[in-house]
Design a protein around this ligand. Sequence first.
Ligand SMILES: [Zn+2]
Length: 382
Amino acid sequence: MENKEVTILSNEYSLRMVDDDETQSLSIVKPSNNLDVAYIEYPNNTLSRSLFKNFGLMHLVANSFPNVIRINFLLIPEVFEIVQAMYAFNKRAIPKIKYFDIEQETTPNLLEYKLTDRKAVVAFSGGKDSLWNVWRMTKSLGIDNVLAVHIAGINRSVSAQEEKDTLAQRKTLRDFPQLKIVKLKNGSRISGKSVMRSRDMFITSLIIPIALEFGASRIVIEGNMGKQDQNYQFTETESSWKLYNKKIEELIGSPIKVEWEDADDVECLADLIKYWPRSVPTISNCFSPPFARKNLRKKWLEKTPNFILQNPSQCGSCIKCRIVRIAMALNNLNYPAEEVIFFLKDTKEWLKAKKDGVSDIIGQDFYSSLDKAIDVWDNLNN
Ligand SMILES: [Zn+2]
């Protein structure tokens, strides 16, 4: 394997990774004064700076797994263990860390925080799983004990739309908890499925300082973790999060934990349709590139005007949009039958044509829910 060496330079909340061919960067942007109150000034202490640099490093190296990483800040031993586990998970040799011009400020200053498990922070993207987590957390803890945090910019191609939709959700849903948005300038190259090697641990680590200030010992993320399976990435497996929680506790000395609840897509949506119906038209989890959405949506506006995703940013045709519509068809029988059947048949055809390309992200519950919906609506129609 080639011997790749990179240099990562840090400066407050900004990281720049330089190698022979390119520069990648990550930084937290200060909100301008006229933005919505949800945009926060990011906590500024040695711990928050350390977490940003350390997990930012993890996110930057996850694309190419360099063998030598030169840095001018301290890589905390606990975090290095997580980085090593990510390398091992991807069958890469453990990287060598070389220090140069190390910054004065090194070890994080561990402040005393009073945390309670009666408070939780939800890592919020605007999608159905985020909404489901907000719903079940506010139901069990009370709206004042839940905080939703959106890291804007993390999913580069769709981030502008996600940010817009998240703000709209906070504004239109009366029973939405307090929202905080952290704005990230994301110049990392990692994309597609591989982004899950590191993305969710970068997100939760950016949330930790906010959770500490809020007094919450729980950070809630999406569930359905995989077992040690080749189809899953490092931050999609339970064992990786066990390691993460253990190392974070060793580092912070407080029992702050990342947690999740498993439920399949249709179950989550059924809960939202039943118990938080106002949230359903606001769901934002379309997979299609923003420029293509309007065109895809045109067909549905024409053929199924009464059975459509109401959020105009959703295409209606991608895997994410289709699962929401299947759940709608299963949980509300008041739509015009011919429109629902048109959609279900179209989905059957779409699956046939797509099979190879997306089969690894289409879960078994998609097929069974689709067949169930076809049964229900065929019966209803006869
Ligand atoms: Zn879509």
